[in-house]
Write a protein that binds this ligand. Structure first.
Ligand SMILES: Cc1ncc(COP(=O)(O)O)c(CNc2cccc(C(=O)O)c2)c1O
Length: 291
């Protein structure tokens, strides 16, 4: 019987309901994290919670729990469901208020943790790689809606995903307002060119992905020339390898972008090598649920 954590108690899935006056529902006013546990190890939970607290602080949303309490909410939610390999969605919304958008009308944030058994991407996706396109929808500017804040307002990302669907591909790339490559709708991007691995720096405008940072650590530890750098679609087209990173996706090879075949049109050696190392890292870097 799957249970969901809601504001201090575990409720059955069918009873997990929020008010229609919750500003997370009415306005996307809230923050969230997508976290993964591997065999009872909640991968980089500390980094996820740091990002959650930073996102909340940035929008002046006070999480009504300490860092330790939030850690325990995630751990308990997994324990209550007896999940070992799971996907956890952790949400803090502004809470119930009136129909106006003023956050001051909301008296108490809603804190919700949903854990689901992991549904993996099809194995074939990793073996063959995916095709993507770049789209007209740009990444929001930091002075409009900071891409570094993981808020519930995902309309920018959803519009990108819609363009990907219309193009008949599984993911799409956003540029920033200067035309530099920012990230995918729900993942970060890396290119490999003549042995150099490059991913956009924060100021281009992308979520600072936990997987992105883990891959940067792994690449550096393996002695690769790993650097942050600004690049355009041209650089993506002529890259030897391209891959995307995200909590659910992990590391996905990109073999075609806007009709240009990348490298030899199959997952590259560096991409495969990093994915292999990442798969080892996730088994132990994090918080143990059952030990
Ligand atoms: C805009 C954006 N950029 C990058 C990432 C990758 O970040 P992490 O490496 O920390 O996951 C995300 C990830 N955020 C996100 C949002 C919703 C679903 C999923 C999913 O992978 O199912 C992921 C994202 O939403």
């Amino acid at each position: 019987e799957q249970v969901i954590y809601m504001n201090g108690e575990f409720v059955k899935k069918e009873d997990a309901k929020i008010s229609v006056y919750d500003h997370g529902f009415l306005y996307g006013d809230g923050v969230f994290e997508g976290i993964r546990s591997y065999n009872g190890n909640v991968f980089r939970l500390e980094e996820h919670l740091e990002r959650l607290f930073d996102s909340a602080k940035s929008v002046m949303l006070e999480i009504p729990h300490t860092f330790e309490e939030m850690t325990n909410i995630v751990v308990q939610t997994l324990r209550e469901n007896k999940f070992k390999d799971a996907y956890i969605r952790l949400i803090v919304s502004r809470g119930v208020g009136n129909l106006g958008l003023d956050p001051y009308s909301c008296s108490h944030p809603s804190v919700i943790a949903i854990a689901e058994p992991l549904s993996l991407f099809p194995k074939s996706m990793y073996e063959t790689g995916i095709e993507i396109v770049s789209v007209a929808t740009r990444r929001s500017r930091s002075d409009v809606l900071s891409p570094k804040v993981k808020s519930l307002n995902y309309m920018n990302n959803i519009l990108v995903k819609l363009e990907a669907n219309l193009a008949g591909v599984s993911e799409a790339l956003m540029l920033n307002d200067q035309g530099y490559v920012a990230e995918g709708s729900a993942d970060n991007i890396f290119i490999v060119r003549k042995g150099k691995i490059i991913t956009p720096p924060g100021y281009v405008g992308a979520l600072e992905g936990i997987t992105r940072n883990a891959i940067m650590d792994v690449a550096a530890q393996k002695g690769y020339d790993m650097q942050e750098g600004v690049f355009t679609r041209h650089d993506v087209y002529v890259a030897d390898e391209v891959f995307l990173t995200g909590t659910a996706a992990e590391v996905i090879s990109v073999i075609k972008v806007d009709g240009r075949v990348i490298g030899e049109g199959k997952p590259g050696p560096i991409t495969n090598d990093l994915l292999e190392s990442f798969r080892e890292l996730v088994q132990n870097d994090g918080v143990k649920v059952y030990e």
